[in-house]
Design a protein around this ligand. Structure first.
Ligand SMILES: Cc1ncc(C[n+]2csc(CCOP(=O)(O)OP(=O)(O)O)c2C)c(N)n1
Ligand SMILES: [Mg+2]
Length: 792
């Protein structure tokens, strides 16, 4: 059993030596993975595979330090997109990744180009790729854990959240939107590590940026820590006249410093004195080091020095609030491409690879790149794996919550879907306690105007700070804003990016904390565009949530073109792992919300609901009394469409009659019903199909296409359950308060002539009827389109 007794690696100098050995191997593995993918693996297409050796090299020291010394079990790390090889290299050394994957970076079924929670095999904590988003995800994950802790009182592991980000990621507005949001201000267990290599993709980052960033973090309450100079450089500063070297390095531009990284030792010796006010003293100072020593000292930045990193990590104070460390590094550290301003996509050639392999003491190709288990490095790898636990973590069981299919509540009179949304939330809080206790709503300063008021009055607003006592007020306000640790609404500042980021992390609580949450976010529908990249990020990363865009379309009328959404239906239909609905009636929406919550529970999909503040006559919805028929209708609503007006059934018509199918979505359904009534007077039979969910409907079409491609035919043609055989060749008019393109495909799916109506120009202020007329989604336009498509 002797091998299981792990000798402690205590003495710091020994430890640093072992860390350096591991770091060198991590560096080798990272660049080897990129090299193999580009230069060794068969590439039939001849297309560049890509990968980032220089970006990886700049973080190998920090990541080695994190994993092999600092991190504890339960800690989570977001790794900057271009350092994915470093993450996988470490997982390989820890025994969490098979050696075969070292040859499969960017390969089909291999390792993804950028770290992916859902697609990589070795337990990525945070998906990254779109710069600035993965960087802030840990802050939202930390907030989520805090929410879980205060509500479910569960034993979620008390991990810390690290974000290792590229310095140019700080150019992204998403970063500052997150940092500035009051909801995130006091997240305590968050540490950002900025890989300050002072290079981005195209250029060297101007020095002024770094000074501004530090101030901006500090102004937002962050503790700012520097790992600027390594211990060797610090020792050099401590020499007589050493402060001359410090002043020179501090004052030289980033461009100048980077250039000096690439010059010969002789040139370095010649140019360094020129940067000093006391050139002779500087020349004397540096003359005490030989060429190798001088170059080593000049390059010895804090982010590549374990001693300095240990000291900087020691300054982290999690009780004080979020921490940020600026780790000064070199892009392409230890590689021949170091400091090259264009090194972002440059990879080493064969000779350079070989040179680096020898310099790093790596066994010849073909041998295992793992450490001998009996070696010191091998032992530290094993200790580290025991400390951090295995990856990926085992899956958590789905909670047994019985989500009802409906509430049997009648919807009467004139109601809007936005109003019904509020009622359904209240019904859940009254009737389904297991579900309600895990339901959390979020809104970027539009909670009341998106109808969350009733829910908020019931459940309160989440706040972790003690409430200030105010003098009593007589007036009873419709929206009571009671803040407490048990509130279930999280209010954000106006940032749609933050909304989608938090939805993604709340929506991953099941996987991250072992406690499922049912997150529902609301925002004005046009501003889905504003948060779109974060929306895509959160869905791609595997978050499961519901987002409600309301109000929507030109129906928002008086608010004008800047607030009227138009392209959002297309976003809803096209985003994978998302189901998009735009129902018209209360009963439909109730069924849809409950089914969306069930799909969150089953970890199947997220849902996007496009709602409206326009009230429509609920009497137009006919609820069958027979339970079987009612359930069939519910299924059709969820599957995306059902027939609301069936002229064949109501009035009968035979062959040769003028029949048209109007497929209408959301608020346009009553217009379509009225057009149908008027058309009947003219002898035209216009059925009305209520498209409740363009998303699932399009998916059904795709499924029928795929089945036909695979099997030559489908058992039932597309929409056979909704449009009967006799009506299948009838022409179609589609109507949506959004871009007509979003439903235009239905003609191809039905193989029949189709006129798509919708809003294809920017909107403007006016009453709904003014605008419906202007954008031709009113009753007369629908009638005209029916005549047109019938060729009348
Ligand atoms: C939103 C977004 N825009 C652009 C890119 C393309 N891009 C990839 S890396 C990069 C520069 C990154 O620089 P930095 O964060 O400093 O990382 P480094 O390569 O220096 O490690 C850019 C612009 C991207 N991935 N995401
Ligand atoms: Mg950089």
């Amino acid at each position: 059993m002797a091998t299981d007794v792990l000798a402690p690696v205590d003495a710091l100098s020994d430890r640093d030596r072992i860390l350096e050995e591991i770091q060198d191997r991590v560096l080798w593995l990272s660049i080897h993975m990129v090299d193999y993918a580009n230069n060794v693996r068969a590439d039939p297409g001849g297309l560049k595979v890509g990968g980032h050796q220089a970006s990886s090299a700049s973080v190998v020291t920090v990541m080695t330090y994190l994993y092999f010394e600092y991190m504890k079990a339960g800690d989570m790390l977001s790794v900057k997109p271009h350092a994915s090889p470093v993450f996988h290299a470490i997982q390989y050394l820890l025994g969490n990744l098979d050696a075969g994957y070292l040859k499969a970076l960017r390969a089909y079924n291999g390792l993804q180009a950028y770290p992916s929670r859902t697609k990589d095999p070795d337990g990525v904590d945070f998906t990254t790729g779109s710069v600035g988003l993965g960087a802030v995800a840990p802050n939202f994950a930390s907030l989520t854990k805090e929410y879980v802790r205060t509500h479910l009182k569960s034993d979620t592991p008390g991990g810390r959240y690290f974000s290792l980000l590229g310095d140019a990621e700080l150019d992204e507005g998403a970063v500052w939107e997150a940092i500035a949001d009051p909801a995130l201000a006091d997240t305590k267990d968050v540490v950002w590590l900025v890989d300050l290599n002072r290079q981005s993709l195209d250029r060297i980052i101007p020095g002024i940026r770094v000074r501004c960033w530090r101030d901006m973090f500090a102004a937002n309450g962050w503790r700012v820590i520097d790992a600027k100079y390594g211990k060797r450089l610090q020792a050099a500063f401590a020499e007589p006249n050493g402060d001359l070297l410090r002043t020179s390095i501090d004052e030289m531009s980033n461009n100048f410093y980077q250039r000096l990284l690439r010059v010969s030792p002789a040139t370095l010796r010649e140019w360094l004195p020129r940067t000093s006010r006391y050139p002779k003293d500087m020349a004397r100072l540096i003359s005490r080091w030989d060429d190798d020593e001088l170059q080593g000292i000049f390059r010895n930045l804090g982010g590549h020095d374990f001693g300095m990193l240990r000291e900087a990590f020691g300054q982290i104070d999690l009780a004080a609030g979020p921490n940020v460390m600026f780790a000064f590094t070199l892009k392409g550290w230890s590689l021949p491409i170091v400091g090259d301003p264009q090194n972002h996509s440059v990879n080493l050639n064969r000779d350079q690879m070989e040179e680096v392999r020898v310099a790093l003491g790596v066994p010849e190709d073909g041998a295992s790149y793992a450490f001998d288990p009996g070696s010191e490095a091998g032992r530290l790898c094993r200790q580290t794996r025991q400390r951090l636990g295995q990856r990926p973590a085992p899956q958590v069981a789905i909670p047994e919550i019985s989500v009802p299919r409906g509430f049997d509540r009648p919807y009467k009179g004139e109601m809007s879907t936005q109003q019904v949304f509020g009622l359904v939330l209240t019904d859940i809080s009254r009737n389904v306690p297991d579900l309600a206790e895990r339901l959390v709503t979020v809104s970027p300063d539009v909670a009341s105007s998106t109808n969350l008021g009733g829910w908020i009055n019931r459940v309160g607003v989440w706040s972790r700070t003690a409430k200030e006592e105010l003098p009593p007020e007589d007036e009873v306000r419709p929206l009571q804003w009671v803040e407490s640790e048990t509130g279930q609404h999280i209010e954000l500042g106006i940032s749609e990016n933050n909304l989608f980021m938090i939805l993604g992390q709340l929506g991953l609580s099941h996987e991250m904390n072992g406690e499922m949450l049912f997150p529902i976010g609301t925002l004005y529908d046009p501003f889905v565009r504003r948060g779109l990249d974060a929306f895509v990020y959160s869905v791609y990363a595997g978050g499961k949530f519901i987002v409600v865009g309301t109000p929507s379309g030109v129906t928002l009328s008086y608010e004008g073109g800047s607030h009227q959404s138009q392209i959002t239906p297309s976003i809803g239909v096209e985003l994978p792992d998302l189901t998009f609905y735009e129902p018209c009636f209360g009963q439909e929406l109730e069924w849809i919300i409950l089914s969306a919550l069930e799909r969150v529970r089953l970890r199947e999909e997220s849902t996007y609901l496009r709602l409206t503040n326009k009230r429509v006559d609920q009497g137009l919805f006919k609820s069958p009394s027979e339970p079987g028929a009612l359930e069939r209708l519910r299924q059709q609503v969820l599957a995306g469409a059902y027939k609301l007006v069936d002229q064949s059934q109501e009035h009968g018509y035979g062959r040769g009659y003028d029949v048209v199918n109007i497929m209408a979505c959301g608020v346009t359904v009553p217009e379509a019903v009225e057009a149908s009534r008027l058309l009947l007077e003219e002898g035209v039979f216009a059925n009305v199909i209520n498209v409740t969910g363009p998303g699932p409907l399009y998916r059904r079409f795709q499924e029928s296409v795929r089945t036909t491609m695979r099997e030559g035919s489908t058992s039932a043609p597309f929409l056979a359950d909704v449009i009967s055989v006799g009506d299948r060749s009838a022409p179609i008019v589609t109507v949506v308060d959004g871009h007509p393109h979003s439903l235009a495909w239905i003609g191809a799916a039905m193989k029949t002539a189709t006129f798509p109506l919708g809003v294809a120009r920017f909107g403007q202020s006016g009453s709904p009827s003014d605008l419906y007329r202007e954008y031709e989604i009113d009753v007369s336009s629908i009638m005209a389109a029916c005549y047109g498509v019938l060729g009348m």
